[in-house]
Write a protein that binds this ligand. Structure first.
Ligand SMILES: [Zn+2]
Length: 212
């Protein structure tokens, strides 16, 4: 009998999921695969004759092949996304400041609503929405760093100063800056990589304006 044998490289899938395919430039399904040479008999793979090699990611749509690191790849945010992330972060840090002294005061809520409106060219953050955000913040218990993480690389120094000023105005809207409020302010400045001298400068500017 004539026996036909040979070898064949097979791509074997070990995992799958979704990733941002740099070629398709949208979210696609991927397969994580490695390649292994197999002994074949009548073209049927019988057993592997090599180790697992060439771990890679393959896009199911365009079949492009990538290094496994491609799963971590995230496209840069576009302008609209930056804007919406900035607004989200602003809402969260301002509400965090309302909560800093453990008392939710009416004055603080209207200050947040006004400041948000001013800093976003007339976008609304109503008392009702603020109440809802506060409930969510209490439940999530995230740090100010977590709320700013996504947007931080996109903030320019003007944005950073505005965030600090706005938080300060909320904190001092009841007439004084509570110890916890001061701590949250400095923590935020720290996250935003602003020095305490920078913060002092920004806030003294604010005091001058208020006194005039
Ligand atoms: Zn693709």
């Amino acid at each position: 009998m004539f026996i036909l044998f040979g070898t064949k490289g097979r791509a074997i899938e070990t995992d799958s999921g979704q990733f941002h395919c740099p070629n398709c430039n949208i979210k696609e399904e991927y397969g994580k695969k490695y390649v292994q040479d197999w002994f074949t008999l009548f073209f049927i793979p019988i057993f592997p004759i090599s180790g697992k090699k060439n771990n890679h990611i393959e896009c199911r749509k365009c079949e492009s092949i990538y290094h496994t690191d491609v799963i971590e790849y995230k496209p840069a945010l576009n302008e609209e996304e930056i804007e919406s992330e900035y607004e989200k972060a602003l809402k969260n840090v301002l509400c965090l400041m309302i909560l800093a002294d453990k008392k939710v005061e009416g004055g603080e809520i209207s200050t947040v609503s006004n400041i948000y409106n001013k800093l976003t060219n007339d976008k609304k953050f109503s008392k009702n929405q603020i109440d809802k955000s506060i409930v969510k913040l209490k439940k999530d218990k995230k740090t100010v760093n977590q709320y700013l993480k996504k947007i931080k690389p996109y903030l320019n120094s003007g944005h950073r100063e505005l965030i600090i000023k706005a938080m300060y105005l909320v904190a001092s809207s009841d007439g004084h800056l509570d110890k916890k409020e001061g701590e949250l302010l400095m923590k935020t400045a720290n996250v935003l990589e602003m020095t305490s001298a920078h913060v002092k400068g920004v806030l003294s500017e604010l005091d001058k304006k208020n006194n005039n």
